[in-house]
Design a protein around this ligand. Structure first.
Ligand code: URA
Length: 272
């Protein structure tokens, strides 16, 4: 049997990129299974990098115990509560160090659209394009979201868009339950401050997290529920995530029904 040809570095990097690995955090690999206290150093710079570098020069460092998840969740709750405005909330998040995703993301992806909007869409977490631009839903699924919003006669100037998680998980991996819980108080406060008439959760993770359900999107989509901000009850509807619709276009018909239902609810909320 002839041995497999050894891949070139370029082929190897192309393979990593394809698999969603587009950044390296340290020079040396870290065996996370062998010593949980060793974590890579956070990138030093806070300047947005349009293109990620493949290797950071800093070796792994042993850090003093980072905030335990429970402590981070408590600190997130405390911090989020105190934000009187969206700008203050953004600044709080920029200075919040309780979520490890911040260290690997290029920048904070806070929100896009109109803070006075009557409708707010919430996705799961930023992807690569969003991480580079610092805006939610600007990649392929964002283009479809724009078309979905246009279908109800709105655009980014009349809608508000955010994510449960405001930092891109490395390689677009699924956020851990702890990361989600740490970020939850911030998106909850964001919803309270935007105070829309209608909240739309996009896809399973956002729906399950915000609408406190364990049911899957096939069951939850198209179903209205109440979202209590603490100061007001908002009508909330789950629909498919645009990334899912790109993969399964046959569900666009159901998404279209959801959009019609959303348009109707906005109309009703207008009339006293
Ligand atoms: N998917 C999301 O859930 N959010 C984004 O911002 C982009 C893709």
């Amino acid at each position: 049997m002839t041995p497999d040809p050894v891949p070139t570095v370029r082929q190897l990097l192309a393979f990593y990129l394809e698999a969603g690995v587009d950044c390296a955090l340290t020079e040396e690999p870290v065996n996370r299974l062998s010593d949980p206290d060793i974590i890579p150093a956070a990138p030093e710079t806070t300047t947005p990098q349009p293109v990620r570098t493949i290797a950071a020069a800093t070796p792994p460092v042993r850090v003093e115990a980072a905030l335990a998840p429970e402590a981070a969740i408590l600190s997130a709750r405390e911090a989020a509560r105190t934000a009187p405005t969206l700008e203050a909330l953004r600044t709080l998040l920029e200075n919040f160090d309780g979520c490890a995703l911040k260290a690997t993301a290029t920048r904070l992806v806070f929100a896009d659209g109109n803070p006075q909007a009557r409708i707010m869409f919430v996705g799961e977490a930023p992807g690569r394009e969003e991480d580079i631009e610092g805006l939610p839903f600007v990649g392929r699924s964002g283009k479809l979201l724009d078309r979905m919003i246009a279908a109800i006669g709105l655009d980014r100037a009349s809608a508000y868009i955010a994510n449960v998680i405001p930092w891109r998980p490395p390689g677009n991996r699924t956020p851990t339950p702890q990361e989600t819980q740490i970020c939850l108080p911030f998106i909850q406060r964001q919803i309270e401050l935007v105070n829309p008439d209608v909240l739309v959760t996009l896809g399973n993770p956002s729906t399950q997290t915000l609408l406190s359900t364990r049911e899957g999107i096939m069951k939850t989509r198209g179903r209205w529920s109440d979202y209590d901000t603490g100061t007001r009850v908002i009508r909330a509807l789950a629909t498919f995530h645009p990334a899912y619709l790109l993969r399964s276009p046959s569900y666009k018909r159901m998404a279209w029904q959801d959009l019609r239902s959303i348009a109707k609810a906005l109309e009703q909320a207008k009339s006293p």
